[in-house]
Design a protein around this ligand. Structure first.
Ligand code: SAM
Ligand code: DTB
Ligand code: SF4
Length: 332
C-alpha cells in the first residue's frame, strides 16, 4: 500500500510520539480503521516450553540465571503435553500459540527436533505457531519454516543505547541478524519492546524508529509494560502510566499501519478502562490465558467480560495478506 513507509526520520516519529494525547489517539484510530477491522483482535496464547536458568542477563527477565527471581524452572516439555495445551487454547478461542524457551539459542539437536515436532503438530491443528527461542542460525530458521512455523518473536526491546544498559550478553546487532534470517526464510516477524525500565522518551522513539525503518515492518509489534519482577535489578520500577502505553501503541500504529500491535505484558496491572484506551489507540492483539511465560496474566473470565463490554471480536488465524507466510500444513 502506498502509505506504508520505511523511510521515517527520527524527528517525524518524535513529533508523532509527542503529539497531544487527544489528537494522537484520533490520528491512530483513523489509521487503524483504514487498515484493520475495528474491534477485531488477535487472540494469542503463550506457553513456556523451557523455563528459567537462561544464560542471558536481561535485567527485566525473571528467567535469567544472572537474576535472583523465583521461577519454577524446568527443562523442555514433552511435545504431547505442549500439543494438549495448544488444543485447550484453541478451544478457548485462541488462534496463535506462542512457544517460549529461555535459551540464548537452541543448542541441542534432539531438543530442537522436539520443538519442530511441536510446531508441526500445532500448525496441523490450524493455529498460527510463533516461537521465541533466542538467536537462530539460518539452518534453524529454515527447519522451523519447513515444520510450518508461521511467526517468530524476537524483540529489539529498546533503543540500541539503552539495550546495552539492560543486556550485556548479546548485542543489538545479534538481534538484527536473527531478524534478517527470519526474513530470508519468509517467517512472519514479531518484534517490539518493553517500556518502564528507566528508558527516556528518546529511547522509546528510537525503538519505534528502528522498527519502522526495517526493510519490512514486523507483522506484529508487541508493546510490553515492564512487570517489575522480584529478584531482578528492575524490581523497584513503578507501574508504567497508561498514557505512556497509549503513546507507544499509537505511534506504532501510525508508523506501521498494517502491523498487528499487541498489548502484551502488563495487562494484569491495568483496569479495563486503561486497556480500552490502548485498543482505541490502535492495539489489536493480546495474550489471553492465565499465564504469560512465568507471570500471572488476566483471568479468562475477566477477558471475556472485556470482549463483551467493548464489543471486541477474535480475529481468525492466517489472515495475513502475505501468502508466503502461510504454512502448507496450516488450515487456510
Ligand atoms: N529468550 C527469548 C528472547 O529473549 O528472545 C524469548 C523469551 S523473552 C521472555 C521475550 C520477551 O518478553 C522479551 O524480549 C521481553 O520483551 C519480554 N519480557 C520478558 N520479561 C518481561 C517482563 N518482566 N516484563 C515485560 N516484558 C518482559
Ligand atoms: C513478548 O513481547 N512478550 C511476551 C512474548 N513476547 C514472548 C512475553 C512476556 C513475558 C512476561 C514475563 C513472564 O511471564 O515471564
Ligand atoms: Fe533469557 Fe529471553 Fe529472559 Fe533474556 S528475555 S533472560 S534471553 S528468556
Amino acid at each position: 500500500m502506498a502509505d506504508i513507509r520505511t523511510d521515517w526520520s527520527y524527528d517525524e516519529i518524535s513529533e508523532i510520539y509527542h503529539t497531544p494525547l487527544m489528537e494522537l489517539t484520533y490520528q491512530a484510530a483513523t489509521v487503524h480503521r483504514e487498515h484493520h477491522k475495528t474491534g477485531e483482535v488477535q487472540v494469542c496464547t503463550l506457553l513456556s516450553i523451557k523455563t528459567g536458568n537462561c544464560p542471558e542477563d536481561c535485567a527485566y527477565c525473571p528467567q535469567s540465571a544472572h537474576n535472583d527471581a523465583e521461577v519454577e524452572s524446568h527443562g523442555l516439555l514433552d511435545p504431547e503435553e505442549v500439543l494438549e495445551s495448544a488444543r485447550k487454547a484453541k478451544e478457548a478461542g485462541s488462534t496463535r500459540f506462542c512457544l517460549g524457551a529461555a535459551w540464548r539459542s537452541p543448542k541441542r539437536e534432539e531438543e530442537f527436533d522436539q520443538v519442530l515436532e511441536m510446531v508441526k503438530g500445532i500448525t496441523d491443528m490450524g493455529m498460527e505457531v510463533c516461537c521465541t527461542l533466542g538467536m537462530l542460525s539460518d539452518e534453524q530458521a529454515r527447519k522451523l519454516k519447513e515444520a510450518g512455523l508461521y511467526a517468530y518473536n524476537h524483540n529489539l526491546d529498546s533503543s540500541k543505547e539503552f539495550y546495552q544498559k539492560i543486556i550485556t550478553t548479546r548485542s543489538y546487532e545479534d538481534r538484527l541478524d536473527t531478524l534478517e534470517k527470519l526474513r530470508d526464510n519468509d517467517i512472519s516477524v514479531c518484534c517490539g519492546g518493553i517500556i518502564g525500565m528507566g528508558e527516556t522518551d528518546e529511547d522509546r522513539v528510537k525503538l519505534i524508529h528502528n522498527l519502522a525503518t526495517l526493510p519490512e515492518h514486523p507483522e506484529s509489534v508487541p508493546v510490553n509494560a515492564l512487570l517489575a519482577c522480584k529478584g531482578t535489578p528492575l524490581e523497584e520500577k513503578t507501574k508504567v502510566p497508561v498514557w505512556d502505553m497509549v503513546r507507544m501503541i499509537a505511534t506504532a500504529r501510525i508508523t506501521m499501519p498494517d502491523s498487528m500491535v499487541r498489548l502484551s505484558a502488563g495487562r494484569v496491572n491495568m483496569s479495563m478502562e486503561e486497556q480500552a484506551l490502548c485498543f482505541m489507540a490502535g492495539a489489536n492483539s493480546l495474550f489471553t490465558g492465565d499465564k504469560l511465560l512465568t507471570t500471572k496474566n488476566v483471568e479468562e473470565s475477566e477477558d471475556q467480560k472485556m470482549f463483551d463490554l467493548l464489543g471486541l471480536t477474535p480475529r481468525d488465524a492466517f489472515q495475513d495478506a502475505k501468502e508466503k507466510h502461510i504454512p502448507e500444513n496450516g488450515v487456510k
